[in-house]
Write a protein that binds this ligand. Sequence first.
Ligand code: B12
Ligand code: SF4
Ligand code: SF4
Length: 483
Amino acid sequence: MSAAPADAPVVVDRGGRHHGGVPAPAADASRDARRRGRGAPLRRVPAPGEVEALGRAAGLAAVGVAPAAPFLTTRRHLERRKAAGLHGGMSFTYRRPERSTDPGAALPGAQALVVGAWAYRRTAPAPPPASPDRPAPPAPPGAPGSAGPVAWATPAPGSQAVPSPGRTGAAPAGTVARYAWEDHYGPLRAGLREIAAALKAEGWRARVLVDDNALHDREAAYRAGLGWYGKNANLLLPGSGSWFVLGSVVTDAPIEVTPPAERVADGCGACTRCLTACPTGAIVAPGVVDARRCLAWLLQAEGPFPPEHRVALGGRIYGCDDCQEVCPPNRRAERLDPHPAAAGSGAQPSVDLLAMLAASDDELLARLGRWYVPRRDPRYLRRNALVALGNVGDAADPAVARALLWALAEPDAIVRGHAVWAARRLGRPDLIATVADDPDPLVRAELATAVPVRPDSRPAAVPVAAGRDDGGRAAVTADGGER
Ligand code: B12
Ligand code: SF4
Ligand code: SF4
């Protein structure tokens, strides 16, 4: 199968993507139809191994071929989990399980799925040098002075603060899951498009689906013999682990498929580390994630962040990697390849939370809009930043207090409500006086909810009632009392 010319028509998906990423280019359906009409005699079926070789040459870490038969077991899982509420209100593949489990619904006459995996584990970029002329955030209404310099920053993963000039402390940073440091769906899609283009050049039809509501990617990859389902629900590649994103080319070419007998056998064995490591207990049974507790989903969901999971969120700002970080196959793979390729210079392993809170709507979406943000509404980025700030900010840092005062003066009740939580979590109930009589029910609900104060908050500097909750943390209630 020869490589297609650069302008070869490739039908690409335009459906919704839940994990964000740069939108795929529009399909050229009319050119596709013209080519179909005149290209029928060229339909050579790719030889065994041919599409795999093409995908590997295009940078994919693994490629396999699955039959295009409906994924009936996965359809049942989707239906049952949806009925049980485990989808947590997500639509995505859950919206129409009969569609997301039927490759033939994505491409009538589909015969095969060419499934590719793109490796996204990267070495973090070095933090940018501190610059004294960074833009200052707006002074919050009623706050004395300017807020001092802050910047969008990319410190190493795991760190929760970055040095910032002109500040006594360090700028609090929110951590980003590895798959979202930079766009990995783009190169995955590009690799799959090369395969699709080559198929098209032979006269076959082909459609690329990556992280799309129209296809369950893990099941496609499992059926193509790429890996096994871990107890954390992720698909793990033998010898390489789970740091991969997945996508498919659905085609009417009858390419030789991986026989079911050659699918990858379970590699978890007796291990249960991911179940116990999950900070919210979201893996409710081996392979089953309850989205209502999964931090990765809660950061993407609309509405207030559930109060019962705010402390567990820690400094995360997008995605969660805990159930993969602890995974022994991943750790083995990391030992074998301790220095993966460096992330691009624009990669974001973390984000300066104060810069997020100081940013305008447009700036927030320009910087972080490739993430999945519900309705592309920046209020949810601010909501997440406030919960993270409450968990990792320095209560004694004046810049943190100014950011909270600014958020408490926001017209948006979601932002004010989460600022109430963050201020009290930091042991700064003195900051919330301005919203004590807030008429909005959401803010009133926040005021009425007990908040576990950070054990490392500085009670000497702030008038917080001392008390210990059953988790050993000081706690303060809405009226300043103890619980
Ligand atoms: C909705 C969704 C989410 C939701 C729900 C996740 C979930 N587990 O269902 C949320 C927002 C929480 C999420 C989070 C993440 N996601 Co997501 N997500 C999706 C999406 C859009 C659909 C997944 C889906 O349909 N789930 C429904 C359930 C039914 O499917 P499942 O979880 O795979 O369930 C299987 C297992 O339960 C297994 N099974 C059944 N019985 C049993 C029994 C045992 C013992 C075992 C072991 C397994 C098992 O069979 C089921 C399928 O038939 C896909 C993209 C796509 N279009 O497919 C990406 C996708 C699954 N996500 C992906 C990624 C990278 C993530 C995160 C790692 C991102 C992050 N760091 O925050 C986390 C991982 C969380 C986790 N532990 O699963 C990748 C996974 C790549 C991989 N190697 O597996 C995908 C494939 C995107 C992509 N194209 O690469 N995601
Ligand atoms: S992504 Fe995080 S919250 Fe979700 S199942 Fe994994 S460890 Fe739990
Ligand atoms: S942590 Fe253990 S049980 Fe969980 S996916 Fe990895 S190997 Fe499987």
